[in-house]
Design a protein. Structure first.
Length: 211
């Protein structure tokens, strides 16, 4: 489990492809590898990965083909920075919202509006994720828990404060870049339940009483 509170930036050290999966070596920020053991989970750009080898601050992760298909991890290159969060522990403060690290798809950056101290981004969602992103709801973008601004025709806005820009990769992204998206699980459950109820009760869709 994760909270969407990014703890620092990791740097991709090495990438080795093995057909249907790849090995990523990522140097974690100072102190973030402390106590990490093989088998532990770390969110890399919002994607839950398992540590398989650890040498100092350098950690190796295996990434299978399904993860490469659904996330931006297949586009990483040596030297790239990625948002890092260690798995939450019992008693941890949940400063963001509860996340699984299971990325559901990617969104494209279509607008970028910088101001003196802040930055507004507009992202375009894939069709399957659009019902779950609501104005003033929560969404995880590259593992960063953020409040949604406006939502319009499959696009949603984000407003980033200086601290978010300092601690994450979000401020460096450019038009056309893609972000890993994990929608809020509670929102997804409510929306799916409502859709099932309406599908089973056509009279409710027409606004009439159910029989």
């Amino acid at each position: 489990m994760f909270t969407g509170i990014v703890q620092g930036l990791g740097i991709v050290q090495d990438i080795v492809d093995h057909g249907d999966f790849r090995k990523l070596t990522i140097r974690l920020p100072p102190g973030r590898a402390e106590g990490l053991v093989p088998g532990a989970s770390v969110a890399i750009a919002g994607t839950c990965l398992t540590a398989v080898q650890i040498a100092g601050h350098d950690v190796v992760f295996d990434v299978i083909d399904e993860t490469l298909r659904l996330t931006t991890l297949g586009a990483l290159r040596a030297g790239d920075a990625v948002n890092i969060e260690r798995a939450a522990t019992f008693g941890s403060e949940i400063g963001g919202h509860v996340l699984s690290g299971h990325v559901m798809g990617t969104a494209e950056l279509v607008e970028r509006h910088p101001s003196e101290r802040n930055l507004a981004l507009v992202l375009r969602l894939p069709e399957p994720l659009r019902p779950y992103v609501l104005a003033k709801g929560y969404v995880a973008v590259d593992g960063c828990s953020l409040t949604v601004g406006t939502v319009d025709d499959g696009r949603f806005s984000l407003h980033l404060i200086p601290e978010t820009l300092r601690l994450t990769t979000l401020g460096d992204r450019q038009l056309g870049d893609r972000f890993n998206i994990e929608v809020d699980a509670m929102t997804q459950a409510v929306v799916d339940t409502v859709h099932r109820v309406l599908a089973a009760n056509p009279a409710l869709q027409a606004g009439g009483p159910s029989v």
